[in-house]
Ligand binder design. Structure first.
Ligand SMILES: CC(=O)SCCNC(=O)CCNC(=O)[C@H](O)C(C)(C)COP(=O)(O)OP(=O)(O)OC[C@H]1O[C@@H](n2cnc3c(N)ncnc32)[C@H](O)[C@@H]1OP(=O)(O)O
Length: 453
């Protein structure tokens, strides 16, 4: 029996800053961001949007577009690293909103939970739901990945920001992609990127202006959880490379194959914190998994990185990137980082590209290389199913991304500092954050959302 993704939908922030505008304001060469990292636009949440809003919108679209009967859904598992609460999961908010829209008690027996492991939490949720459906083939599950990839102003991560969600229906006999049973994992506990609770003075919060006004009543020194991570960019790249390489070669062992694995994949879907991360990180695996290219015996360890760089710049590798990686990069260039959703947006981007260019990919294999800081990689593969095109007909990814509204640099900065009070784009047919409770002691901090027609 096959298990996999039967339907997919998304919701991304529909306002953006051209990356060139940010580059000029920050005194960075635009070519570095555009040609070096593959960035074109950076999406950013509007005043009424947060991770719950994106997740709820993607989920609502999935339900409506695919006429899902909610009684059939046994699980809604959320991958996120943008939790708005240390106790109440985003999944609990989603249940409430879906019941508001589709009827009280529609999900009363549905199991819901959040999975958090940086950017790989959505893949963990997927793997769990696949196992569940394998055991219960008549049942269905939904995976929602939702995040706001927010970095400090002027930081090295600022130009990789983005926001949005991807939702997927997981069933037996899926229409889009069926996953194989082999999954390889590589794990190591490191501090490459994390979001710790930090003790911070009230003064510092006010200077940062990144606070909500209800902090005003707190003591001078408080412990807060910031949306923005503490990170070491180059070290996080090294961890990404080390984990994905180890998981890739474990996967080869699991499959017990001497064949160059990536040659068996029509497309390669990787976690893309920015568009060109995959192509910059994969050259090592590309070089190592083919005896003709290099293998450690051919050169001293000191030559190793140079040799990898050389391979990465070769025409052969460029051709490989264009064929196998570029379709996944297209949406990332126009959106930015989606954290848990990035790998699934890469899948959607690839499918939408082949759909728009009318390429038949049914029966081909896709390879997946997932990564989450902290750190963990999972490598797995799936086969595209005969009905993938009909399942994708309503998604219209690139048409939707074209409708994004450009914002000025000043608007971006005031959104980042939470100074803007009125939405840039009036909401329509979507969930919005209505208010945060500030008065009632037993509800302080509770977030309330509403649907806007
Ligand atoms: C969150 C996670 O997923 S962990 C894994 C990734 N880590 C992150 O996303 C953390 C947040 N982000 C960051 O810290 C940073 O944005 C990073 C680490 C991703 C990038 O760091 P930077 O210092 O900005 O860029 P870096 O020097 O690594 O690369 C710039 C690239 O642009 C190229 N470049 C520079 N100038 C130009 C130019 N004028 N024209 C063309 N290319 C240029 C460089 O050659 C280099 O590419 P190459 O190494 O492939 O040759």
């Amino acid at each position: 029996m096959k298990t996999g993704i039967d339907a997919i939908s998304f919701d991304v922030a529909n306002i953006h800053l051209p990356i060139k505008t940010l580059a000029i304001a920050r005194n960075i060469e635009p070519e570095k961001l555009e040609k070096g990292l593959g960035l074109l636009k950076m999406t950013f949440p509007d005043v009424h949007q947060d991770a719950v809003v994106f997740g709820a919108n993607a989920l609502t679209k999935l339900i409506i577009d695919n006429k899902i009967n909610l009684i059939e859904i046994s699980r809604i598992y959320v991958g996120t690293e943008s939790g708005i609460d240390s106790s109440k999961p985003i999944a609990s908010y989603l249940i409430n909103l879906m019941e508001q829209k589709f009827g009280e008690d529609a999900l009363a027996e549905c199991d819901v939970v959040d999975f958090t492991f940086a950017c790989i939490g959505g893949v963990d949720a997927l793997q769990n739901c696949l196992d569940f459906v394998k055991l219960n083939p008549a049942k269905k599950a939904i995976v929602v990945t939702t995040d706001f990839a927010k970095y400090d102003l002027n930081s090295g991560g600022e130009y990789t920001q983005g926001a949005g969600a991807v939702a997927m229906l997981i069933t037996s006999d899926p229409k889009i992609i069926a996953f194989d049973d082999n999954w390889a994992t590589s794990t190591k506990g490191v501090f490459d990127f994390f979001k710790p609770y930090r003790t911070i003075s009230k003064e510092a919060i006010t200077q940062n202006a990144n606070n909500d006004s209800w902090f005003d009543n707190l003591e001078a020194e408080i412990e807060i959880h910031k949306d923005q991570p503490v990170f070491d960019g180059q070290y996080s790249n090294q961890c990404y490379m080390d984990r994905t390489r180890n998981a890739y070669f474990s996967f080869k062992k699991l499959k017990n194959t001497a064949e160059t694995l990536y040659n068996t994949w029509n497309s390669i879907i990787m976690h893309l914190p920015y568009s060109f991360q995959g192509r910059r990180m994969l050259s090592e695996i590309y070089a190592l998994d083919s005896s003709e290219k290099i293998i450690a015996d051919d050169f001293a360890p000191a030559d190793y990185q140079n040799k990898i760089k050389e391979v990465g710049k070769s025409d052969e590798y460029r051709k490989f990137v264009t064929e196998k990686l570029q379709p996944a990069e297209l949406a990332s260039s126009l959106i930015g980082n989606l954290y848990t959703g990035s790998i699934f947006m890469g899948l959607l981007s690839t499918l939408a590209h082949f759909y728009d260019t009318k390429k038949e990919i049914s029966g081909t294999k896709f390879g997946f290389l997932a990564y989450g800081s902290g750190s963990k990689s999972k490598v797995f593969e799936g086969t595209i199913q005969p009905e993938w095109q009909s399942a994708l007909a309503k998604t219209k990814l690139f048409e939707n991304l074209e409708e994004s509204t450009e914002i000025e640099f000043e608007t971006y900065e005031s959104l980042h500092k939470k100074e803007l009070k009125q939405s840039v784009r009036a909401p329509k047919n979507e969930w919005v954050l209505d208010r945060i409770e500030k008065e009632i002691p037993t509800l302080v901090g509770a977030r309330y959302y509403k649907w806007v027609d």
